[in-house]
Design a protein around this ligand. Sequence first.
Ligand SMILES: C[S@@+](CC[C@H](N)C(=O)[O-])C[C@H]1O[C@@H](n2cnc3c(N)ncnc32)[C@H](O)[C@@H]1O
Length: 350
Amino acid sequence: MTAPLAERVREQGAQCATAGSPLMAALLSGAADDLEAGGPTADLLGPLEQDPPGTVPALRFAGALHRLVLERRAPLLATHYPSVGGTAPVERVWPDARDAVVEHLDLLRELVRRPVQTNEVGRSAVLLGGLALLSGDGLPVRLLEVGASAGLNLLADRFALRVDGVVRGSADSPVLLEEPWQGDLPPEVPVDVVERRGCDPQPLDPRTTQGRLTLTSYVWADQRARLERLRGALALAEQTAFEVDPLPGSAFLARELAAPRPGVCTVVWHSVVWQYLSVQERTAVDDVVASAGTRATAEAPLARLTLEPERVGDAEFRFRVTAQTWPGGDSRVLADAEGHGPPVVWRPRG
Ligand SMILES: C[S@@+](CC[C@H](N)C(=O)[O-])C[C@H]1O[C@@H](n2cnc3c(N)ncnc32)[C@H](O)[C@@H]1O
């Protein structure tokens, strides 16, 4: 049975605290109390009580408030938001958030119904390591992303990483992933992405003001490194051609994997997407990939690389990086990571 929404909002706040966002923790704890007490948050979030947990109503609420702040509609609340230069104590954020809920109830009702649309650039720390491991035989990469959102991780090969003090990748990139890796590090090999394409039923356009606003609103406002990475990737998106087709994963992959592509390693990648897919859609994606796997050859290999959460207890998740490769269909866990990517702890390789 699904827990009451107030409990889930509180649990989400606790997860945000663990993930290093005191602002989100304070905001969601205040919202959970107010929801239980029948305050204005109950007017706003009560209608979402039956929404499936995977649609993360708490994060939709936090994103809606952040959007108000970014649009300069809630100046008092903004004083707590580092994303717009706020420095006021997070311990006092809730009363200002509550006032914003009262003042902007109608607009917020519309905003909290929108799905969470993030595009987490830090997850490229997983993708880059996975590509280095999978393309170790020297073939260039054809990258296909399911649930690409704005497509920013399709630009992973244009980012830089600092690993043990040494910069790998594009040294002059506006995106620098600082020491994201631990464990048995992937080899230092050039990753040559010769084709990049993604899909998303609701793609965001990172080249528009609205698209950039939406993407920024779902980043937790006190996580400066994430905001910096997003800003860098948005700047790169202005200069680089790539497509995100407005399609669900199954239709996109059915088209893209219809025939093997010799001379490239085709990598199907998805991160934090699986929970948003219906059971039918998951089965359809699995079937399309498995069927393409039977057609893969040494000259036209296929890999599926994923970063997805796995429930390990009643309230706990861990994020695993897995790869399945064809021909053969071997599966392995490559690494353990966090929801936003780093730190990525690469497992020992045999
Ligand atoms: C949490 S976001 C993750 C976005 C991106 N993968 C990342 O790591 O930044 C989940 C994405 O899955 C997309 N999505 C939902 N249903 C989908 C489907 N059937 N096929 C492909 N993507 C889907 C959503 O639109 C959303 O952009």
